[in-house]
Design a protein around this ligand. Sequence first.
Ligand code: 5GP
Ligand code: ZN
Length: 157
Amino acid sequence: MARPPAATKLASRRSYLFPGIPPGQTDACTGTAVQTQICTNDEMSNCIFCKILKGEAPAKIVYQDELVTAFHDIHPVAPTHILIIPNKHIASVNQVEPEDEPALGRLFIVAQRLAAQEGLQTDGYRLIVNTGAHGGQIVSHLHMHLLGGQRMKYPIG
Ligand code: 5GP
Ligand code: ZN
């Protein structure tokens, strides 16, 4: 599988990727045409991450492709704290469907890429997906935290 394009290139493509990716958009990894998944449902109009995706709320976007978007957390708890989200509104892991597999896999590919860009691969980093109240999930749009730049606390939980 080909590697996804560099984040810097994708960040500069943001202006035409959203809102609404034009038909015929190609998959950043495979180069094949994809079915665009973007949250446009009125039901998600109050989701802050959907607002970021639609350009209705500000964020420092560091990566974007047809499946996922990554941006800096507004309240970082580590020197690197990036959120990676599917472009489709999925409330949490509980709502994941089989069709979401490509986007969920892409979260890890992009996490790996961003970790490398941030210089985290040697020392390591932490990926977190909080789910529900006990999991500490505050924003109901599935997201992966990429944390690094310091030794993480352990044990977690
Ligand atoms: P959770 O606890 O749901 O796993 O994490 C949600 C994360 O989203 C938190 O780390 C919080 O700081 C971040 N966050 C909440 N609202 C915003 C926002 O408007 N912009 C950005 N960039 N991050 C946000
Ligand atoms: Zn959303």
